[in-house]
Each structure stands twice: as structure tokens, then as C-alpha cells.
Design a protein around this ligand. Sequence first.
Ligand code: SF4
Length: 209
Amino acid sequence: MIRVSDLTNFLRCPRLSYFRMNNPVEMPTELKAAKEIFLSLRKGFDYEWAFNRFNVLYPDSKEIFISASSKFVFSDELEKLTPKEWEVHLYSDKLNLKGVLDELHERSFLLVSLRMPESGIAFRDKIKIGAYSLLSKLDNAYIYYCYDGKLINYRVNRRDKYNAIRVLEKVKKISGGVVPERKEIEYCSRCEYTDLCSNTRSTFASKFL
Ligand code: SF4
């Protein structure tokens, strides 16, 4: 089943999405550390508890956790929302899509992101929101920019869900074996698949992605 993160990987780099689906490598990131901090603080625990959780999944990644915790801001605004559940696993057999929601409320859901771009909510966050709206059947979303301490309420519209489905269609082709073309981007210099990527040829069908 395709994960919501496969859609956002696709937007960063279609090849990255291909490799993460076919050769998964669990990498620690600041976003993953920030999510552990968010979940721990929301549940009434502390930073130490968050580190314990992170450390179980990613031993030897203390620097990443320290970096995330030095930037993390916990806003009082969050107290306005009453969580019903955290880390909610959602599935849709019809869409062949699954994902884990950070926080679920009675009539809304919340996703954690790092920083809000000056131009507003990034397209990749809107795709994520659209996908979770399709999975949860809720149109009222919150996005918590944890490095800014900013809580944004967002009404999901039809275009967001439509765009999420369009990206899903492309990712479905990749999951079916289409290897996208390589395009040099800034992320290539820190990509975990650099070697594999240099030695993998794209398939002809990638021209129709
Ligand atoms: S090395 Fe670059 S092109 Fe290849 S998968 Fe990584 S980000 Fe994509």
C-alpha cells in the first residue's frame, strides 16, 4: 500500500520516492525527532521521554535530536485543541493509500511540520493535508509549524484532494515498477541513495509520469 510520505517524497524527487518504496532505509531526521517531541509534550511527558522514544528507533542519532529540541517551540495555542487520539493509522483499500496522522480531534486533524514558508503553506504540505483528508474524511485541518510555534487552521478544499489524487496516480506507476529519470537537485548531495541512483537506469515509461 502506498504511504502518504511516498507522495511527499515524490514531490521532492520522483526517484527518491521509487527508492524509498523499493529499498527502504530508515533515516533519522529532524522532523521525526520534532514529532517525538510534539507527541511526548502533548501527552504530558517531557523532552527526556521524547529522546527515549527517538533513541529506540534511531540509536546514535543524538545530535539530530538535540538540534530539533533546540528549535522546537511548544505553543499555548495547542491547548485550544482537544486531542482524541495520537499517531492514528489510517487506510483506504479503495485508494490503496495509508498514513499515520499525528493528532486526531473530534472534527479535525493536526499534522506537524517544521517551518512555515514565507509564501504560506507549502504545496507538499497541502498534498499531505489533502491525502489525510481523503483518508480521514475530515476537511478541517491544523498544521503545527513546531520551529515557529505557529498553529495554522486550514480548510481543505476539493483542489487539495484532487491534487493529492493526481500525485497518487504518479506514485502508483512508480510502485508498479517505473523508474523515474534522474534530475540533479540540491537534495542529491545529502541523499541516502546517491550511489544506487547513479547506477540505476530509468525506464522508458518514466517519460509519461
Ligand atoms: S540522488 Fe538525487 S536524483 Fe537520485 S534519488 Fe536522491 S535526490 Fe533523487
